[in-house]
Design a protein around this ligand. Structure first.
Ligand SMILES: [Zn+2]
Length: 494
């Protein structure tokens, strides 16, 4: 028996939470001076500290602490006036010290929130904590078919990533989203990524692993008020996968519960191809790690004046920008989501700044240009046309120099590297013919060539004039202003 998503939701209330790891974009590592460039030759960015050699001592990276405070403030957290790093002990081949320096009972930022927009509704996601730690190295398994350790002939370890500053952002459990739980989870990661990008603290590339998500999901029986056992799905590495992972765990857990079973607290792996999760290891408890305060680092005590300085330097955050643009451009929240999901926010805003009306800017970027980007398989912002070009195009249309059809031809020219819109208009001779005398000869031949149509118009069938307008547009290769042509035809036949 398979439980459908709808059946699961009738009986159970899903609760999810997210743990997101973000690699900070600092120039050097968290506790040493090694550089952090992505893609360097293996083990060329290492030193005694990040290799965990005996006697080496860590020194905290001030910039990484500043970035973490920036993130905490942007997520409406309180910044701890004093906190400590801790050692999280476990053995892993890509972690040469056999412990990871992290934060445990004293995180740097606590108790915040992030508001996200889903289907026109705002949902507040609570933030439990934001803490700072170091990344591990990376194992490469060579010789197997899958790149996994099973079946590999040997493994290599690259310590370039070991010690890169890593921030972990943990949400509070998010209840009450019901059917929308998977969409809210996805919207949260999307919004968080936008916040981190606006702060300039990370390149937030999910495909390169600088933003990684673990998704916790549980079900409680509706109305029981008892939280269910949660599972943790590891390393869900795209926005779409976040949504699918929550969706598939809701279905799977409902089926386990309905058949009288118990959900086991465990780590699960998400499979990109099937969209399902499979069991990993049973989840370690915090006590398994034998945390203790890191004796080689002094406590962290960011002065209030420094925190205030960082707060005053925060950029406009996505939520503030959203509120501002919705108001300034008279958008609905759904209009706004469409713009953001099309990746067109920046280009539309720049087009408006260059002089276009918000409605015109949205029309061209979400219509014609989105189509071109889609055909070319690129982001709309990657098209070789600038917001200034599009603003000029809307100006040429508004002034009657171009109609929409000619404007599309101008776009062709700009995308084909023929120059600015004005240069393309000049080179291709594209301006609308608005000189009445030039139009009248075309109108007269259209009238002469269609006596039957003229008869019908004179007989009161005004809509038949479309045939004549079409003939004139054809004769002028689309360069006539259709409204003016219609007026002139009616005057001629009056
Ligand atoms: Zn190092």
């Amino acid at each position: 028996m398979t439980v459908t998503y709808e059946e699961a939701l009738q009986k159970y209330e899903p609760v999810f939470g997210l743990e997101t790891h973000v690699e900070l974009g600092t120039r050097t590592k968290m506790f040493c001076g090694c550089t952090t460039v992505f893609g360097a030759e293996p083990n060329t960015q290492t030193c005694p500290v990040c290799l965990g050699l005996p006697g080496s001592l860590p020194v905290a990276n001030r910039r990484a602490i500043e970035f973490t405070i920036r993130i905490g403030l942007a997520l409406n957290c309180s910044i701890a006036p004093r906190c400590r790093f801790a050692r999280k002990n476990y053995f892993y081949p890509d972690m040469p010290k056999n412990f990871q320096i992290s934060q445990y009972d004293e995180p740097l930022c606590v108790d915040g929130f992030l508001d996200v927009l889903v289907g026109g509704e705002t949902v507040r996601v609570g933030i439990e904590r934001v803490h700072l730690e170091e990344d591990t190295g990376k194992s490469l398994h060579i010789g197997g078919a899958t790149g996994r350790i099973q079946g590999a002939e040997y493994s290599l370890v690259d310590y370039n990533r070991a010690g890169i500053p890593l921030v972990e952002i943990v949400t509070k459990p998010v209840p009450g989203t019901g059917y929308l739980a998977p969409s809210v989870a996805r919207a949260y990661v999307t919004e968080l990524r936008d916040v981190l990008r606006s702060l300039g603290v990370s390149d937030v590339r999910m495909e390169e692993g600088s933003l990684r998500c673990d998704v916790n999901t549980s079900l409680s029986v509706r109305g029981s008020g008892v939280l269910g056992t949660r599972t943790e799905t590891k390393n869900v590495n795209s926005l779409r996968s976040v949504e699918r992972a929550v969706h598939s765990e809701i279905e799977r857990q409902a089926e386990v519960l309905d058949s009288g079973g118990r959900v086991i607290q465990e780590t699960r792996h998400f499979h990109e191809d099937s969209g399902a999760t499979t069991s990993g290891r049973s989840k370690e408890e915090a006590q398994d790690y034998r945390y203790f305060p890191e004796p080689d680092l002094v406590p962290l005590a960011p002065p209030a004046s420094w925190v205030a300085e960082i707060r005053s330097s925060l950029p406009e955050l996505p939520s503030a920008r959203r509120a501002r643009l919705i108001q300034a451009w008279s958008l609905s929240e759904l209009d706004f989501e469409a713009l953001r999901n099309a990746g067109a926010l920046d280009v539309v805003e720049d087009t408006v700044l260059a002089g276009a009306s918000p409605a015109d800017a949205r029309k061209w970027w979400l219509g014609e240009l989105a189509r071109r980007a889609n055909d070319a398989g690129v982001e709309v912002s990657a098209l070789p046309i600038t917001p200034a070009d599009v603003a000029r195009l809307t100006e040429l249309v508004a002034s009657g120099t171009l109609n929409d059809r000619l404007a599309r031809e101008v776009i062709d020219g700009v995308l084909d590297d023929e120059g600015t819109p004005d240069e393309v208009v000049a080179k291709r001779g594209l301006a609308v013919v608005s000189d009445d005398s030039a139009l009248l000869s075309a109108i007269d031949s259209a009238i002469a060539g269609n006596p039957d149509v003229v008869e019908r118009i004179r007989g009161g069938k005004v809509q038949a004039s479309g045939v004549l307008v079409g003939a004139v547009m054809k004769a002028t290769r689309g360069k006539a202003d259709a409204t003016r042509v219609r007026e002139l035809i009616m005057e001629r036949l009056a």
